[in-house]
Design a protein around this ligand. Sequence first.
Ligand code: AMP
Ligand code: MG
Length: 269
Amino acid sequence: MSKKDHFAPKPGTPIDLNDYDPDFHEDYDKSSGREAVDRLQEQIQDWQERLYAEGKQSLLIVFQAMDTGGKDGVIKKVFSGINPAGVYVKSFKAPTPEDLAHDFLWRVHPHVPGKGYIGIFNRSHYEDVLVVRVNNLVPKEVWQARYDHINAFERLLADSGTRILKFYLHISKDEQKERLQARLDNPDKHWKFSIGDLPVHERWNDYMDAYADAITRCNTEYAPWYIVPANHKWYRDLFVTRVICDTLEAMNPQYPPPEAGLDEVVIPD
Ligand code: AMP
Ligand code: MG
């Protein structure tokens, strides 16, 4: 197993996030990493056009991370240059009273990508076994049952022609502290700072346990988790871009054949 494969654990592997180095960056440095991302982005643009034109398969990409982990940053980077008609982002915030009056997947299902589309989730149904678990927002029996519900839901999507990729952007507690401080120090970033995020920083270990269980229990062949070393933003972008590119290549979407007789068409004056 190459060191890089370590970050794409096999289904069934119990995860301890202490075994995953958030600083890992293979043999790349910032400049070679950025160049690689630029090349991969062009390939993603091409694959995305084919996916849209083909209209038979869809790709769902889930991003989860601690605050400042880089969900917004990676989405902006990886999908810049893509035709916006075929890609959309759904961010999941704290549930509304109407959401809470339903099962936890009710608000999620309408946002999964249809055929031909790439759908990106900035947070997701996993919040219901992360923030909800750590803060005891529902009884233990309720969140415990959700891992199976999530697996069944993702299986349904996969059986219906959706490829699923799930990325946990893994930063260290020290890195989060620095990034939170940088947000405080920059008035343009104050909108991203919520005093409510501080207790989350303090409960780091509880969150790491919750992430480890979510990844361990919901890492399947049909909806794999990737643990992305994310202390270096450029490597995080490279890791994610490469997995997406490889996945689109494996999906191998094709332009549909032209209408019969197209080769005889003459455009009238
Ligand atoms: P942000 O992504 O920074 O805009 O913050 C969104 C907030 O919504 C975060 O604090 C999440 O933990 C919270 N959130 C998202 N989904 C849920 C959920 N199902 N239950 C409780 N809080 C949630
Ligand atoms: Mg936030």
